[in-house]
Ligand binder design. Structure first.
Ligand code: GDP
Length: 460
């Protein structure tokens, strides 16, 4: 068909009319990409569920699946076979195969879904939290088993913590998978009981009723994932969408195409021919061959020779696209993972101190002024410390409940000033959604998530 980006409208100067190209793209049948994170209490069945979805959709080949089934049976853990689908990804990564490993992306009728931080089975939870910072949408998996849902939902359980975390990071659309329905005889009453409890909590956490859907399913049995339920006990009362149909219903987040370019570099590698390649996500704006771009915070210029999406050369790419750029005119050592590519006349700022609204997780140590942290942002991390505790906020309304608190305790919300050891390129959340979110870690665990609200010290 008519591939957008190749039958292009060019201006006199030979540059594309990018907004026209974007309209063409939107009108085309190309599937839009959506970044999804899977959250929920440990053992809720997240890995099994997503593994089985990938398998049913045909993104895992039969031979591989058979291998997992045999291996897991040998270990007496036949039920782990599907979860291993996701482990493989991790393994491949550790062998150095980078970039979109097939299993971490799948297609629905109208979307390409990228599973963020492809859940390696063992360390799914810590990974989830970094993934949350880039998520457009989320799946919350809860365990319907009697007593288990309740454990995950209690304070200290991860169901609440994760849901609040992603909401505070700006994720507003949620599919709740009410999983392991096989363990409660597919009972409608149990489903409704859980929906009622969650609906009340999620509303308090700031989600809109219309942006949440509740899907009864079983990741292990493979029920109601990609096709209508076959088990009579579920099919008799449930006629709504399947899990994947509901994922397909997610609304696309607004892409900031008309804003100045912001591309975050996630990989730099030598390809064939001259120059080298830079992979990453375009968070705002657009890029096309011939562009002269500024690499920040390095402050060096490069020239874009080619723009590739899924290995295909394009005439342009837009916010929301995962791209590989072939570049020249710069030494490879001057572009690193975490660099931001932008337009020389409208660059991103490198800052050393900013104000942010944060949510603390379930941590043991209280946070005081001067507290050392590691600032995790896009694909980089930098040492930092808490410069000032500005105010304590009400958890759901966001109103200031106390000014200049002496310390912050677990699960609280607050406004702080963060001081970075070295300059980092950031944006305000209100200007660039994806570039205004971050995580703070301490002693190997994530302690807070936040949104950047104000810059207090510019370095470049
Ligand atoms: P995760 O920690 O959330 O990723 O959970 P896993 O996918 O590792 O699953 C935890 C345990 O629950 C494993 O023993 C799975 O076999 C089991 N499990 C997962 N999904 C289901 C389900 O739908 N029904 C039942 N009965 N067990 C399940």
């Amino acid at each position: 068909g008519d591939t957008p980006g190749r039958s292009a409208t060019k201006s006199k100067a030979g540059k594309l009319d990018l907004m026209k190209e974007y309209e063409k793209r939107k009108a085309s049948n190309d599937k839009e990409n959506l970044n999804m994170v899977v959250i929920g209490h440990v053992d809720a069945g997240k890995s099994t569920l997503m593994g089985h979805v990938l398998y049913q959709l045909g993104f895992v080949n039969k031979k591989t699946m058979h291998k997992y089934e045999q291996e897991s049976r040998k270990l007496g853990k036949a039920s782990f076979a599907y979860a291993w689908v996701l482990d493989e990804t991790d393994e491949e990564r550790s062998r150095g195969v980078t970039m979109d490993v097939a299993q971490t992306r799948f297609e629905t009728k109208s979307r390409v879904i990228t599973l963020l931080d492809a859940p390696g089975h063992k360390d799914f939870i810590p990974n989830m939290i970094t993934g949350a910072a880039q998520a457009d949408v989320a799946i919350l998996v809860v365990n319907a088993t009697r007593g288990e849902f309740e454990t995950g939902f209690e304070s200290g359980g991860q169901t609440r913590e994760h849901a609040m975390l992603i909401r505070s990071l700006g994720v507003s659309q949620l599919v709740v998978a009410i999983n392991k329905m096989d363990t409660v005889g597919w009972l409608k009453d149990r489903y409704e009981e859980i929906v009622k409890k969650l609906a009340q909590f999620l509303k308090q956490a700031g989600f809109k009723e219309n942006d949440i859907a509740y899907i009864p399913c079983s990741g292990l049995a493979g029920e109601n994932l990609t096709s209508a339920p076959t088990v009579a006990a579920l099919a008799t009362w449930y006629t709504g969408p399947t899990l994947v149909e509901q994922i397909d219903n997610f609304k696309l987040p607004e892409r900031q195409v008309s804003k100045p370019l912001r591309m975050c570099v996630s990989d730099v590698f030598k390809g064939m021919g001259s120059g080298f390649s830079v992979a990453g996500v375009i968070h705002a704006g657009a890029v096309q061959p011939g562009d002269r771009l500024l690499v920040m915070p390095q402050g060096e210029l490069l020239t874009v020779k080619g723009v590739l999406i899924d290995d295909l050369p394009m005439q342009c790419a837009f916010a929301g696209d995962n791209v590989v750029l072939t570049v020249t005119g710069i030494d490879m050592s001057n572009v690193t993972v975490g660099s931001i590519l932008c337009l020389p006349n409208d660059p991103i700022k490198a800052v050393t101190r900013f104000t942010a609204r944060i949510v603390l997780l379930n941590i043991d140590v209280p946070i005081t002024k001067g507290f050392p942290v590691v600032f995790h942002y896009l694909s980089t991390s930098e040492p930092a410390h808490i410069h000032k505790l500005v105010s304590l906020l009400h958890k759901s309304t966001g109103e200031v409940t106390k000014k200049k608190p002496r310390c912050l305790v677990k699960n609280s919300s607050a406004v702080i000033e963060l001081q970075l050891d070295r300059p980092v390129c950031i944006e305000l959340y209100k200007d660039y959604k994806a570039l205004g979110r971050f995580m703070l870690r301490y002693a190997g665990s994530t302690i807070a998530a936040g949104l950047i609200t104000e810059v207090s010290a510019i370095s470049l």
